[in-house]
Design a protein around this ligand. Structure first.
Ligand code: HEM
Length: 233
C-alpha cells in the first residue's frame, strides 16, 4: 500500500474513533473498531440493495414482488447501477482497511487442508497459527475483490451499451450474472459463519468486541498477539 493510501486509511480510522468509541469490558477484546463496522454495514446494505434490484431486473416474472418496493420497474432499473457503484466505493475503503490482515500466509494453506474438519465442527479449538482472519475469511474477501472488479467493468459496459459492440455487451451480461451467483453463494456461507456456525461472532460487528474465550477458540494466534500487546502496555 502506498504511503498516501496508508495515511488516508489511518486518518479515517482516527476520525471515526473520535465520533464513536467502543466499550471493551473486562474479559473482552476489541475486534472491529467503529470505522470497520460502519464500512462493513455500508458494504452489506448496498450489496443487498444491488442484489434485490438485480434479481428484479434479471427475472421480473419471478421477482415481481421486489419492484414495488423500489417504486416500479423503470426506477428499479435506474437505481441498480447506483447501488452497485456505492457498494464498490464502500468496498474500496474496506479493502484498504483490511488488506493487511487479509495477506495470504503459509498457515492458510495448512488451514485449507482441514476445511472439512472445520465445516463439520470436528475440532473444538482452531490451530495455534490462525491469526486475525482464517483462510476461509481471507478467501471470501479476495472473492469479493475479484467479483467487485468484474461487476464494475461489466456493469459499466452494460450501462453504456451504445459505446461498445453488441457481443461485448452480451458477454458482459453473462460475466455479470455469473459473478452475482458466486457472490450470492459466498454471502450465504458468510452469514451462516458469522451467526449460527460461530456463536459470539455477530456481536463483533455490532458492539465491536468478542470474549477472550471466543478469541482463544477461533483465532488463537490473534489472541496471543493481543495478550502480549496488553502485557507490554
Ligand atoms: C447481512 C448479513 C451479514 C452478516 C450477519 C455479517 C456478519 C459479519 C461478521 C460477524 C463479521 C466479523 C467476522 C470476524 O470478526 O471474524 C463479518 C466480516 C466480514 N464481512 Fe460480513 N456480514 C454480513 C454481510 C456482508 C456482506 C454483504 C459482505 C460483502 C459483500 C460482507 C463482507 C464481510 C467481509 C469481507 C468480512 C471479513 C472476512 C470474514 O469475516 O469473512 N459481509 N461479517
Amino acid at each position: 500500500m502506498s504511503v498516501t493510501t496508508k495515511n488516508l486509511d489511518e486518518g479515517a480510522r482516527g476520525a471515526f474513533a473520535r465520533v464513536g468509541t467502543t466499550r471493551v469490558r473486562p474479559g473482552e477484546l476489541l475486534r472491529h473498531p467503529v470505522y470497520t463496522r460502519v464500512l462493513h454495514w455500508s458494504v452489506a446494505i448496498f450489496f443487498i440493495l444491488s442484489l434485490l434490484t438485480g434479481f428484479a431486473i434479471y427475472s421480473p416474472w419471478l421477482f415481481h414482488w421486489i419492484t414495488p418496493v423500489f417504486g416500479g420497474g423503470p426506477r428499479t432499473r435506474l437505481l441498480h447501477p447506483w447501488f452497485g457503484l456505492l457498494f464498490e466505493v464502500f468496498f474500496l475503503f474496506q479493502f484498504l482497511n483490511w488488506v493487511g490482515p487479509m495477506a495470504w500466509k503459509e498457515a492458510d494453506r495448512r488451514w485449507l487442508k482441514r476445511l472439512r474438519q472445520y465445516a463439520t465442527n470436528q475440532e473444538a479449538i482452531e490451530p495455534e497459527d490462525v491469526g486475525f482472519f482464517n483462510a476461509g475469511q481471507k478467501l471470501y474477501f479476495w472473492l469479493i475483490l475479484v467479483s467487485g472488479v468484474l461487476f464494475l467493468i461489466t456493469g459499466l459496459l452494460i450501462w453504456f451499451d451504445d459505446v461498445v459492440g453488441r457481443w461485448i455487451v452480451a458477454v458482459s451480461y453473462v460475466i455479470h450474472d455469473l459473478a452475482a451467483l458466486v457472490m450470492l453463494a459466498g454471502f450465504i456461507i458468510h452469514v451462516y459463519e458469522g451467526t449460527a456456525h460461530q456463536p459470539g461472532t455477530f456481536r463483533s460487528m455490532i458492539d465491536g468486541t468478542v470474549t477472550e474465550s471466543w478469541a482463544r477458540t477461533h483465532h488463537p494466534g490473534w489472541y496471543r498477539t493481543e495478550k502480549h500487546r496488553q502485557e507490554k502496555r
